[in-house]
Design a protein around this ligand. Structure first.
Ligand SMILES: [Zn+2]
Length: 85
């Protein structure tokens, strides 16, 4: 019985993940979110040092080879710089 509940929870989690993936793909294909101003899709960027997802506008940035990298903190940015050199 416990196992059945576990399977049910796993199934729900899987379906939710699949739906989220599907929505992401659909949005990526259409290119423009259909005027849904109430829920603006915030594009999260990943800190390459610690793996934290950050909001690009509020993050610390570093341009590397024409690519903009986003960091959660100055410490992470310095760590990245130190690793590169
Ligand atoms: Zn970080």
């Amino acid at each position: 019985m416990v196992r059945l509940v576990l399977y049910a929870v796993l199934l729900i989690l899987f379906v939710r993940a699949a739906l989220r993936l599907w929505h992401g793909l659909a949005e990526g294909v259409s290119g423009s979110p259909r005027g849904d101003a109430s829920t603006p899709a915030v594009q999260m960027a990943r800190d390459p040092v610690c793996g934290t997802f950050v909001v690009p506008e509020r993050s610390l940035t570093l341009s590397v080879g024409g690519q903009q990298l986003h960091f959660c903190s100055a410490a992470c940015r310095e760590t990245y710089r130190a690793r590169r050199s």
